[in-house]
Design a protein around this ligand. Structure first.
Ligand code: URA
Length: 431
């Protein structure tokens, strides 16, 4: 069909066919569909929307624009999880080895820090020697050998997404649920897993700030993944304040290890148990999520998850001694405390802003190609906690000197006031 006609149909609110969508996506990747034509179709989708079937066809076409991993030689239901990105989100570091320790294979492709949100690949690479760039053969062989692997996504995974996302970014069409669903899911499907748990964040530090938008995204992801023949569930989790107290790379690995030791921050533990429970259920290790929760708790508290993490680190060339000696992780040359300028109770934390500042300290690629593994922020006071005048509320750390300006900016992220109820980390389940 003429590309003109495919675009016209969507502009007029008609449904496109699978063939038309595939022609459009492949044509755009190969330069036969112009950026003007693609941008017009994207704008039409932004306004008119896509049906469930069209969303799946778009996802499928984008996944097929590159390599799709074939994990069929690994026995069992291969599970993966995806978070829409947050501040202090170290969940993957914990749940991947935890779920693998129950015999459920976990094959996880992951990304790097993006905007104000951190990336699991950058976090794990702060462990000396740890390698996240694995070939497909290495990735599969490792899952067969130790039950899990975490590898960084490569350029040939859903290349159409990269090209389309760049155009969406230029044409103000990012915030469309079917376009976000197909973008996220095409990369996940190309990763080859059979089942997915989607952790969709909402709140100040999330990509979707409003709970109802996060819910719509989670529903779209689950519905479309099911149309793809995958098992899928979603959870809605709060990013109204950072997850745990560490934001950065090595600092988050250290906090994750604490949780793997059966200790650590309660909100991180609670979210990890919930996501693990669902992964164990989808993977067939338990018959329902409640049983999954008990099993996940047992694996965390018995040390089985920690042993699995040790194996994961060693298998990918990392120094597994960091588990017992966290001082082996990169340490910052500079540390500065941020002190409260008033006394009272913390009522809110500007989480997005803290994520940006952690990036500026070096934890992400803001203005530099290299990540500083030791950079980050330790949040000493969270919502509902009392603070005295002059008491430290956060510690900033970096391998480079820290500007006074950043101290002031972090100080301003902590709001004071009355707190009626400490917000819960979990806000819903999408099945
Ligand atoms: N994350 C993605 O991968 N794609 C989007 O479109 C939005 C967030």
């Amino acid at each position: 069909m003429l590309v003109y006609e495919i675009v016209r149909k969507k502009l007029d609110g008609e449904k496109n066919t699978a063939e038309e969508i595939s022609q459009l996506v492949m044509g755009f990747v190969h330069g036969e569909v112009s950026p003007e034509q693609m941008a017009t179709w994207l704008a039409a989708v932004y306004i008119r929307g896509l049906s469930d079937e069209e969303t799946w066809w778009l996802t499928d076409a984008m996944a097929k624009s590159g390599r799709i991993l074939d994990l069929s030689s690994i026995e069992g239901v291969k599970v993966d999880k995806h978070s829409t990105g947050g501040v202090g989100d170290k969940v993957s570091i914990i749940v991947v080895p935890l779920v693998a320790s129950a015999g459920v294979p976990v094959a996880k492709l992951t990304g790097r820090a993006l905007g104000h949100t951190g990336g699991t690949a950058d976090k794990l690479e702060s462990i000396p020697g740890m390698r996240l760039s694995l070939s497909e053969e290495e990735f599969i062989a490792q899952v067969k050998r130790i039950g899990c692997a975490i590898a960084v996504t490569t350029e040939d995974i859903a290349p159409a997404d990269k090209k389309i996302y760049a155009l969406r970014d230029k044409t103000a069409t990012v915030a469309s649920i079917p376009l976000i669903v197909s973008s996220i899911l095409s990369k996940k499907i190309a990763g080859g897993a059979d089942a997915f748990v989607f952790d969709v964040k909402f709140g100040d530090g999330a990509f979707m700030r409003r709970l109802e938008d996060a819910k719509a995204l989670a529903e779209g992801l689950v519905k479309t993944a099911k149309l793809a023949g995958k098992k899928a569930v979603g959870v809605l989790s709060s990013m109204e304040q950072p997850l745990g107290r560490a934001i950065g790379n090595a600092v988050e690995v250290e906090e994750a290890i604490e949780v793997l030791k059966g200790k650590g921050q309660e909100d991180v533990r609670e979210l990890c148990l919930e996501i693990s429970a669902l992964m164990l259920w989808l993977g067939g290790a338990v018959t329902n999520p409640e049983e999954g929760k008990s099993k996940a708790t047992e694996l965390l508290d018995s040390g089985a998850a920690l042993e699995s993490f040790r194996k994961l680190v060693a298998a990918q060339g990392g120094d597994e001694k960091v588990v017992d000696e966290p001082e082996r992780l990169p340490k910052p040359s500079f540390k500065r405390e941020v002190k409260a300028t008033q006394r009272g109770t913390i009522s809110a934390i500007s989480t997005r802003q803290l994520g940006i500042i952690a990036g500026l300290l070096g934890a992400a690629r803001i203005g530099s190609e290299k990540v500083d593994p030791a950079a980050g922020i330790i949040v000493l006071k969270k919502v509902g906690e009392k603070v005295d005048l002059g008491e430290p509320v956060a510690i900033l750390q970096s391998s480079n000197p820290i500007d006074n300006d950043l101290l002031d900016k972090v100080g301003a992220c902590f709001k004071f006031g009355e707190v009626e109820k400490i917000p819960s980390i979990l806000a819903g389940f999408i099945g």
